[in-house]
Design a binder for this molecule. Structure first.
Ligand SMILES: [Zn+2]
Length: 404
């Protein structure tokens, strides 16, 4: 008769579920406004996917630029090596030309000597030139002059070439400085590109998490039978999101409120929940209403393994808590229906949980979302709600045998 079916407006908050088997605080969250339709949530998903594609294209663009900068560095380094070879060649050539100039000069000196002899009226003239006649002598004389001119021209051109080689070496040295500057700039560019790639990759990861979060929201809504053009709040109102008992069977062994603590014996201690006994270790525990897993705590020295679930009942936020669990089946950010088994009853002695005397479920309830709207345990205690004010339970000591 006292069964309370509370109609709900459900503003869905999904914190991304990170698929790591330990408790993990989420970094990306997607909050679906209750005024949005499923279709709009799907559009949000498309938007995030487009964002991801954009990031992917930025990453690949930057990677291409890195490759082309690396190629450019390689070709500049190749040019430096080639130029260094050119310097070696020019140096060798100049050395060879210096030698030839020296030899050429000696030859020329010899010619000049002979020419001077020829120019004078040396009696050995004919002998030296082996001329057979005066005409022949004149002819040979002219040829010698030509050879001398030719030799002088040759030496001048060699000198010229050596000078050009010196200029080339100067030019190549300047070019090397320029190329090294360009290589340095390209290296800096590569560093910046790699940093941008790293930033993009981080951004991609966060968008990826958002995509997973929205996708899981969509899955939950589809699972609840929401239609594309239906507002989320309307759809979830139709869904059964009222509070129910978290166990199919049990008995209240300790009520909500002030009591003498059962393990410490301290009087006037506030008990911010109800203890439900009558179940053995391993008995399934259900979410008291549709909601999102907001917090999971492992192996607390007082409370053991714990699950906290966020709900919005009739537009009002609540958190339900489940303590002393033997096992936990859910992850932070996971959307759970009120039929989901979130874990199993624990509380037996010897688990390291000092705040229990035997197998039972401590079931708590408070307003707001503990761990998201506020984090202090004292606020959680101040906001504590007696679960029996929201869910019908038989009096302490009397068994119930259903979730209603
Ligand atoms: Zn308790």
């Amino acid at each position: 008769m006292m069964k309370k079916i509370l109609k709900t407006t459900f503003i869905l908050l999904l914190v991304v579920s990170i698929l790591i088997p330990t408790f993990n605080v989420s970094s990306a969250e997607y909050v679906a406004d209750g005024d949005k339709t499923l279709k709009q949530v799907k559009q949000d998903l498309a938007k995030f996917k487009a964002e991801q594609n954009q990031i992917d294209s930025n990453i690949s663009k930057n990677k291409n630029e890195v490759t082309s900068s690396k190629n450019s560095i390689a070709s500049k380094q190749k040019e430096i090596e080639d130029n260094q070879q050119k310097v070696v060649d020019a140096t060798n050539e100049s050395a060879r030309l210096e030698k030839e100039i020296k030899e050429g000069k000696a030859e020329l000196e010899n010619l000049v000597k002979n020419y001077q002899i020829a120019n004078g009226e040396n009696i050995y003239l004919e002998y030296i030139f082996e001329a057979e006649s005066y005409e022949d002598l004149i002819y040979r004389y002219a040829v010698m002059e030509q050879i001398m001119n030719y030799q002088e021209d040759k030496i001048a051109s060699w000198r010229d070439k050596i000078e050009r080689n010196e200029q080339l070496k100067k030019d190549l040295a300047a070019r090397e400085i320029l190329l090294n500057d360009q290589i340095n700039n390209l290296s800096k560019e590569i560093d910046e590109l790699n940093k941008a790639i790293k930033d993009f990759s981080e951004e991609r990861l966060s968008v990826q998490e958002e995509i997973q979060s929205v996708q899981s929201t969509i899955d939950s809504l589809v699972n609840l039978g929401c239609k594309d053009d239906q507002k989320i709040s309307t759809c979830l109102k139709d869904a059964d999101t009222s509070f129910r008992r978290p166990l199919t069977k049990g008995v209240i062994t300790s009520v909500w409120g002030y009591r003498t603590h059962p393990t410490t014996g301290k009087p006037n201690t506030f008990h911010n929940g109800i203890d439900i006994g009558g179940n053995s270790v391993g008995t399934p525990i259900y979410a008291a209403a549709n909601g999102t897993v907001g917090k999971v705590i492992w192996k607390s020295s007082c409370g053991g393994n714990q699950v906290y679930i966020y709900h919005t009942i009739n537009g009002k936020k609540y958190t339900t808590s489940y303590l002393h669990l033997n096992s936990i089946n859910v992850k932070v950010g996971q959307f759970v229906k009120n039929t989901a088994v979130i874990g199993t009853v624990g509380g037996q002695k010897g688990t390291g949980d000092n705040c229990t005397t035997g197998a039972h479920l401590h079931f708590g309830m408070g307003t707001g979302w503990y761990g998201l709207d506020y984090i202090s345990g004292s606020t959680w205690q101040a906001r504590s709600v007696n679960p029996t004010s929201q869910i019908s339970f038989p009096a302490k000591g009397k068994y119930f045998y259903s979730r209603y």
